[in-house]
Design a protein around this ligand. Structure first.
Ligand code: SF4
Length: 601
């Protein structure tokens, strides 16, 4: 048994009510580490890639990271892996907060959830009790009420992971929430939970983990904490302004989308209205942090006597700038509602942006919207649209399907700013080839995180800084960034610490914690295996090279970046980078992993 893990998983079948406890082999941890890795492994083992995502047959794997339960900085993250109702790909989404740490301390590393309950239920897991509990009265409740009720019923130390009405109504981009405002955000995990009639998973655990090699563990922790404290991005920028601090930076780099990615042009005075500085001045109450994190990038805010968290950068970009809405209070209030109902703000914003463009083009008419004016920049609209969507009411039923399906419905699929059905986050890929390749190759579609967030190498890479428009080197940087992100996802630590902490420190902490003799290359080897596993799942689900692409607009419509009109040259830039990317990953010309290792068969 490897120290630092429980070596136990739970298998819960909601159709039969059966709960099984099973042993997890050491070899699985050695190869897949945890978190995203365990999710990929068990999805490959347990789910046919052809499964209909919004069916009882889909499964969810909730898994803790290789460093969960340790004192590694920002190690509170856990992953949820499932077949996405939004994209049809494997989707692994993770969240911070405290839930992941407490779950690991119940004595389990992961939980597989299958089937559908006959009536709404929630799952309770503690060190000595696993229960499936009927909760008809909680169906229809949103996150604050649900969380308050379950904490009151169990105890103050209970942690709640749950869905709001968006998950119940199977909005394709419904999220799962914990700590009221922390989201397992992307890909529609909430909708999968809704299909299962699983309202919440409550955990209570206090188990402690003793590191195998305390000296090595403490050395790694000392080095990592020192780096977090001394590197300006993690000690200052994210702490002082949170992710909204990115608004000005991304705008300066001509990446901040506008009008459904038609351009990146915003007035400086408008940017001021939605900047991190304005958020701090107007609505900030206090900074908030996840388990064992000194960065504390979360923003507890208040607007008109209503308290909530955020908006984060992505929410400001997608529900603000990209819609031509420059009112921080309005964006915050709509963001609160997304958190309460459990909806991904990026996909919601991307879907609204498409409907606005179609409205302005006369393709979507007031008859379709229920007489709502959907022009870009329309004030006092967002909250109404969130409510309609989260309840699938009226026009909201169409928005709930996400941008790709909206585009298909109105014969305009090319105007959906998506890859594999997942809406773009707040960085125009024409402004960074690194980001373009990341979106195209991410295992869950148009995502900055699974895409590697290589864009940041172009603006706060420090000594790692990379030119954004170099074709020859982009594939290598993109692969490195994706591998590095995959390592943090599998270890269960926050991506943000990787701005200061490298794989050397992480491997030292992991080796000290578990007793495994792992260096940076071993972590990288696992990251490659995890991404190959995800890729094989996607290949079997029907995804090939033709799906690793971008919306036509990115190749055909130029935007002004630093005074130069640019689009991505599909043949000489994009296809060249993609070919090189496959080569580095050891995938064939169709994007199929060549050396399918024994454990991937
Ligand atoms: S950096 Fe932010 S998101 Fe990451 S663990 Fe810390 S508070 Fe949570």
């Amino acid at each position: 048994m490897i120290q630092g893990y429980n070596n136990r998983g739970l298998d819960v079948d909601l159709s039969t009510g059966e709960v099984k406890d099973f042993e997890v082999q050491d070899s699985i941890f050695k190869k897949y580490l945890g978190g995203r890795g365990l999710g990929a492994y068990f999805l490959k083992e347990e789910l046919s890639p052809k499964t209909e995502p919004l069916s009882s047959e889909n499964i969810m794997v909730i898994s803790t990271g290789g460093l969960s339960g340790s004192l590694s900085p920002a190690s509170g993250r856990f992953s949820v892996t499932f077949k996405s109702p939004l994209t049809g790909t494997i989707s692994s989404a993770n969240s911070g907060g405290f839930w992941g740490n407490v779950f690991k301390r119940t004595g389990y590393d992961l939980c597989i959830i299958r089937g559908t309950a006959a009536v709404p239920v929630y799952l309770y897991i503690s060190e000595d009790k696993i229960e499936i509990i009927e909760c008809k009265d909680l169906w229809g409740k949103n996150i604050p009420e649900l969380t308050d009720f379950l904490i009151n019923k169990h105890s103050k130390s209970a942690r709640v992971l749950g869905i709001g009405t968006a998950g119940e109504k199977q909005i394709r981009f419904a999220s799962i929430m914990n700590e009221y405002n922390r989201a397992v955000g992307r890909g529609g995990a909430g909708a999968v939970m809704g299909v299962k009639k699983l309202k919440a998973v409550v955990v209570e655990g206090k188990k402690r983990f003793i590191p195998k090699n305390e000296k090595l563990y403490k050395t790694g922790l000392y080095q990592a904490n020192k780096l977090v404290r001394n590197f300006p991005v993690t000690s200052k920028a994210l702490t002082e302004l949170g992710t909204p601090g990115l608004v000005k930076l991304i705008h300066i780099h001509d990446m901040l989308p506008h009008k459904n990615f038609q351009d990146v042009t915003h007035k400086k005075s408008d940017i001021e209205k939605i900047s991190g500085e304005t958020l701090r001045m107007k609505i900030l109450q206090t900074a908030k942090g996840c388990f064992n994190c000194t960065i504390r990038c979360g923003r507890a805010t208040k607007v008109k006597n209503k308290k909530g968290e955020g908006p984060e950068y992505e929410t400001i970009a997608l529900m603000g700038a990209n819609l031509g809405i420059y009112n921080i209070e309005e964006i915050a209030l709509a963001g609160y509602l997304c958190n309460e109902t459990g909806m991904d703000t990026i996909s919601f914003g991307g879907s609204i942006a498409l409907t606005m463009e179609l409205f302005e083009k006369g393709i979507i008419t007031p008859q379709i919207t229920g007489n709502l004016n959907l022009n870009f920049g329309t004030p006092n609209l967002l909250e109404k649209l969130v409510k309609l969507t989260a309840n699938r009411e009226g026009f909201g039923d169409i928005i709930a399907e996400g941008a790709l399906r909206i585009g298909q419905r109105y014969n305009s699929p090319d105007l959906a700013m998506v890859v594999k059905g997942m809406e773009f986050p707040g960085y125009d890929p024409r402004a960074s080839l690194l980001q373009a390749l990341g979106y195209a190759t991410s295992s869950r579609g148009g995502c900055h995180l699974k895409g590697g967030y290589a864009v940041c190498l172009g603006f706060f890479g420090g000594s790692k800084e990379v030119h954004r428009f170099l074709v020859d080197t982009s594939a290598g940087h993109c692969v490195d960034a994706q591998d590095s992100g995959c390592i943090t996802d599998a270890l269960g630590v926050c991506r943000f610490i990787s701005y200061s902490v490298g794989e050397s420190e992480l491997s030292r902490i992991y080796s000290g914690y578990t007793g495994l003799d792992y260096g940076p290359e071993d972590l990288k080897d696992s990251a490659r295996r995890i991404q190959d596993t995800e890729r094989v799942f996607n290949n079997k689900a029907g995804f090939t090279r033709k799906d690793d692409t971008l919306p036509r607009r990115m190749f055909t419509e130029k935007i002004n970046i630093g005074g130069v009109e640019r689009a991505i040259d599909e043949k000489h830039q994009f296809e060249k980078m993609l070919g090189k990317y496959y080569e580095i990953r050891d995938w064939d010309k169709n994007g199929v992993p060549l050396k399918i290792k024994e454990d991937l068969k």
